[in-house]
Design a protein around this ligand. Structure first.
Ligand code: AMP
Length: 428
């Protein structure tokens, strides 16, 4: 059940100017989220902010809206030439694109211009946009440094700096890049620093960036999983496809983000769905950036019913009002389950997660239930229930191989995390 979330504040009481209130109204936001209530007045008062918040809390608007207000006031009466006065750094391309889109939407009536730069694509379109002049630059660290080295970007006019998703930034090994970028920023500036978690290395990094920051913290309004309705189908491997078609017969399930563990799995599912005349597309690491963006845009526009993604490809993507997530397999790392289903139920919206579990994955369900501290509801009306049927020799072999692979993945991820935090500590 979707829990009623009580909020009493109104955007009108946060000291915002009309052009912003008008855009917020167009976005049909009724009330500010808790992080917006806390952050907007602080940023308007030019405080540095250390924000402990996850995506899905409305954090982008919490920094974008007040920054736009500052920029709007300062632009009044100025000539048409533009300098980069606000810089937002974020770890992934998908997040960068979404943040830039947010600036465009919230800033629709302010005349403030933004652009976004990220790696993996040709730089020409990006440098062309920069040449036109922008007030806000949203960037991933690698491409930013690259274009700075080539002389396309100078940071000497930056007044408002945001470091977004700092913990993920360090996880992804961006610490040196971040240091280089900070070194080029003017000393006199307002800085905002956001991270979902605050381990010691993050707090230390924040000290290098912020001056007398005010700390704000919001936990997701209800732990994400609590507001998401979760269902579980136990079935056999050989029945998964049929079961998926059965699930998709429900007309209420208009759009689905479906997770598969492997790239091959994603492609196979898309092929099967297309055979059934269900519009589907895959996003994973073997697809080009353009391909992924196109699939995501088509999904957002409602042209595709099922978007099939690997965990990595889906990181950080935000699909407004996504109601259904399907787990075509059960992740072996329990936290991955929470990340996956957290794509729905954002900013207090309703959401459902449906998981399909084959016998060999039963143990993973127990791990997940331990982590989320609740039982997932088992769907009784299941035309393809799990049977005790023993696996064939071939299936057994395949499963053994997959199990080994999953184990390796688990330990590789763990080691990577440990190595990164070790190397960070050493360099300090
Ligand atoms: P974020 O945490 O910035 O990734 O935002 C998560 C989602 O919440 C985005 O889809 C936003 O459009 C949406 N959102 C942000 N602020 C509000 C609000 N005040 N009311 C409703 N939705 C919001």
């Amino acid at each position: 059940m979707n829990k009623e979330i009580k909020r009493t504040e109104r955007f009108e009481n946060l000291g915002l100017i009309q052009p912003l209130l008008k855009a917020i109204k167009e976005k049909k936001y009724i009330e500010p989220t808790p992080i917006q209530i806390k952050a907007i007045p602080l940023v308007l008062r030019r405080n540095d902010v250390l924000g402990c918040a996850q995506t899905g809390t409305g954090k982008t608007a919490a920094f974008a809206i007040p920054i736009l207000q500052h920029l709007y006031h300062e632009r009044q009466g100025k000539s048409n030439s533009r300098k980069i006065r606000s810089l937002i750094i974020t770890p992934t391309r998908e997040l960068a694109i979404q943040i830039a889109e947010s600036f465009t939407l919230y800033g629709k009536f302010t005349g403030i211009k933004n652009t976004v730069i990220f790696g993996g694509v040709k730089q020409k379109a990006q440098t062309d946009a920069l040449r036109q002049g922008v007030d806000v630059l949203v960037a991933t660290p690698g491409r930013l440094l690259d274009l700075m080295d080539q002389g396309f970007i100078r940071l000497k006019d930056v007044e408002y700096f945001v470091l977004d998703e700092a913990d993920r930034m360090l996880d992804m090994g961006f610490i040196h890049d971040i240091r280089k970028i900070i070194a080029k920023l003017p000393v006199k500036r307002q800085s905002l620093f956001f991270s979902a978690t605050m381990p010691k290395n993050i707090v230390e990094l924040s000290r290098k960036i912020l001056r007398n920051p005010t700390k704000i913290e919001v936990s997701p309004e209800a732990p994400t999983v609590e507001i998401i309705q979760q269902y579980l189908y136990y079935t056999n491997k050989s029945s998964k496809t049929k079961l998926l078609f059965h699930i998709l017969q429900n007309p209420k399930i208009v759009h689905v983000l479906l997770f598969s563990r492997t790239k091959h799995g994603c492609d196979r599912i898309v092929r099967n769905l297309k055979k059934q005349k269900i519009k589907a597309a895959a996003i994973h690491g073997d697809k080009t950036q353009n391909n992924r963006q196109k699939a995501l845009a088509q999904f957002k526009a409602g042209e595709i019913r099922v978007l099939v993604a690997t965990d990595i490809a889906a990181r950080g993507i935000d699909i407004n009002k996504l109601k259904y997530v399907v787990n075509y397999d059960i992740p072996n790392i329990a936290e991955t389950y929470v990340h996956r289903i957290g794509r729905t139920g954002r900013a207090g919206e309703e959401g459902s997660a449906i998981s399909i579990c084959e016998p060999e994955e039963n143990a993973y369900i127990r791990e997940i239930e331990k982590l989320i501290r609740q039982k997932i509801e088992i769907v009784k009306e299941n035309p393809f229930p799990q049977t005790e049927k023993p696996m064939t020799t071939n299936e057994k072999k395949e499963w053994e191989k997959e199990k080994q692979q999953r184990k390796q993945e688990f330990f590789a991820a763990k080691k990577k995390r440990e190595d990164r935090s070790k190397s960070f500590r050493k360099k300090r």
